[in-house]
Ligand binder design. Structure first.
Ligand SMILES: Nc1nc2c(ncn2[C@@H]2O[C@H](COP(=O)(O)OP(=O)(O)O)[C@@H](O)[C@H]2O)c(=O)[nH]1
Ligand SMILES: [Mg+2]
Length: 397
C-alpha cells in the first residue's frame, strides 16, 4: 500500500516525510523544492504478537523494538499543490498524477496559519488552515471530475452498450486512480446516481460524483506546526468543522527526536509520549535546550503526532490489518528458523488466498490451504483474515 503526503507548499510535507522515513530530502522555504516525488518506506507501529506468544522474534521485513512491530508502508512526498493545479498551474497535473497511486492520504496543513494560499510566509495566525483543507479538496475533486469528463461523449455511448449501467464505464475511467469498482458503486449510491443513465448527467452530477469519490479516499489531516501558539485554536476549529481525523503534528520535532535516537543520544521510539536522555550522552547546550522545548511540546500534545497520523490513516481509515506468514506452525518460523520474520499490512477483508497472491504469485496459484499457526486450524480460503493472525500457507508450487 502507498500513503501519499499531500498539501500546499511550505506546510511541512517534506519534513513530515523525512520524519516518517528518515530519508534526507530537500527541506527549504523555496516553493517547489520537492520537484521529483520522493518515495520512501515509513512504518506503522503495532503491538507485536511476540509478546503474546512469549517468543523471541527475528524480524526480516520489519522491525521489532520492545514488543512494538514497525511494519513497513510505502510513502510518497508530493510537491506542493497549488490552486489551479488541476488546470496545470504550477507543476499542476504532475502532482495530481503522482497521487493516482496513493491508497490513502495524509493531508498536511500549516495549523499555525503562517503560510498564504500559495505557500509564501505570512505572520502566524493570518491564514485559516481550514481554507487550505477546502482548497485542496476542491483541487483534487476538480481533477477527478476532469478525468471523468475526458471523452465524455464516448463514455456515454459505451455505457449505452452495457445496458446504460454507468458502473462499468466509470470504474474503467477511474481504474488508474486506485479507485475500486466497489468504491464507484458506493459513490453512485451516496449521490443518488445509481441506476441513472450517463446521458442524463450534467456538470453538476459529474462534480457531485467526483466529490463522493474523493470522500471515500482514506485520509487524515496532519495539523502541522502545532508547536506554534497560533495552532491550537485552528486545530479546535478544524476538528469542529471536519468529519475526518485532525491530528496535531510537530514534524520538525519528530525529525530531531529520530535523529537523536539514531545517534544514541536518547531513547525514543516513534509514537512515544516521552524520551529519555541516555546516561553519558554528550549533548551541547543547544541540543539540551532543543530537547527541553520538545519535551514541553510532548507534554502538551501527548506526542509529535507523526506516528499517530500514519497509524490512524493506515489502520483506521484505510483499514489495514497485520498478517504474519510463517512456514513452521510450531516454532512460528520460516524455513531457516527465523521466528516471526515478516509482517505485512493488508486491507481488512483480505482472504487467505488473496494474501497468498500478495506474497507471491506462485504461492497464490499453487494455493492448497492455510493454517492458523496458533490454533492449528485450517482457515477457510474465502473468509477474511483476522488482525495479527499468524498464518502458514500450503501451496503446490
Ligand atoms: N514550527 C514548525 N515549523 C515546521 C514544522 N515542520 C516543518 N516546518 C518548517 O516549515 C517550512 C517548510 O517545510 P517543508 O517540509 O519544506 O514544507 P513543504 O513545502 O510542505 O514540503 C520549513 O521552514 C520547516 O522547517 C513544525 O513542526 N513546526
Ligand atoms: Mg516539500
Amino acid at each position: 500500500m502507498l500513503v501519499g503526503v499531500v498539501g500546499k507548499t511550505n506546510v511541512g510535507k517534506s519534513t513530515f516525510f523525512k520524519a516518517a522515513t528518515l530519508i534526507p530530502v530537500a527541506i527549504d522555504d523555496v516553493p517547489f523544492t520537492t520537484i521529483k516525488p520522493n518515495r520512501g518506506m515509513a512504518a506503522v507501529r503495532t503491538p507485536c504478537v511476540c509478546r503474546d506468544l512469549g517468543v523471541r522474534d527475528e524480524p526480516r521485513n520489519s522491525k521489532c523494538i520492545d514488543g512494538n512491530r514497525f511494519v513497513p508502508v510505502e510513502m510518497l512526498d508530493v510537491a506542493g499543490l497549488v490552486k489551479g493545479a488541476w488546470k496545470g498551474r504550477g507543476l499542476g497535473n504532475q502532482f495530481l498524477d503522482d497521487l493516482r497511486q496513493a491508497d490513502a492520504l495524509i493531508h498536511v496543513v500549516d495549523a499555525a496559519g503562517s503560510t498564504d494560499e500559495d505557500g509564501n510566509r505570512v505572520p502566524p495566525g493570518s491564514r485559516d488552515p481550514l481554507e487550505d483543507v477546502m482548497e485542496i479538496e476542491e483541487e483534487i475533486t476538480r481533477w477527478i471530475a476532469s478525468i471523468l469528463k475526458r471523452d465524455w461523449e464516448k463514455s456515454v455511448r459505451t455505457s449505452e452498450t452495457v445496458r446504460g449501467d454507468p458502473l462499468v464505464v466509470l470504474s474503467e475511467k477511474l481504474a488508474g486512480l486506485s479507485v475500486s469498482r466497489g468504491e464507484v458503486a458506493a459513490a453512485l449510491e451516496k449521490t443518488g446516481l445509481a441506476g441513472t443513465r450517463l446521458s442524463s448527467w450534467k456538470d453538476e452530477e459529474i462534480n457531485a460524483f467526483a466529490s463522493a469519490i474523493y470522500a471515500l479516499k482514506p485520509k487524515v489531516i496532519a495539523a502541522n506546526k502545532a508547536d506554534m501558539k497560533e495552532a491550537e485554536a485552528n486545530i479546535e476549529s478544524m476538528r469542529r468543522s471536519l468529519s475526518i481525523p485532525v491530528i496535531p503534528t510537530i514534524a520538525e520535532a519528530e525529525v530531531a527526536l529520530r535523529l537523536a535516537a539514531n545517534r544514541g543520544l536518547i531513547d525514543y521510539l516513534p509514537g512515544d509520549q516521552a524520551f529519555k536522555i541516555r546516561p553519558g550522552a554528550q549533548l551541547t547546550s543547544g541540543q539540551q535546550d532543543a530537547l527541553k522545548r520538545i519535551q514541553q511540546m510532548l507534554e502538551k500534545w501527548g506526542s509529535t503526532g507523526v506516528q499517530q497520523a500514519i497509524n490512524e490513516v493506515v489502520l483506521n481509515q484505510y483499514g489495514a490489518i497485520v498478517v504474519y506468514p510463517v512456514e513452521d506452525v510450531n516454532k512460528y518460523s520460516d524455513s531457516k528458523g527465523r521466528v516471526l520474520p515478516d509482517a505485512y499490512l493488508v486491507r481488512s477483508g483480505t482472504t487467505p488466498k488473496e494474501f497468498a497472491y500478495k506474497i507471491h504469485t506462485d504461492l497464490g496459484e499453487g494455493y492448497l490451504y492455510a493454517v492458523d499457526a496458533v490454533t492449528k486450524q485450517r482457515l477457510p480460503e474465502d473468509k477474511p483474515l483476522k488482525n495479527r493472525v499468524i498464518i502458514k500457507i500450503v501451496s503446490s508450487k
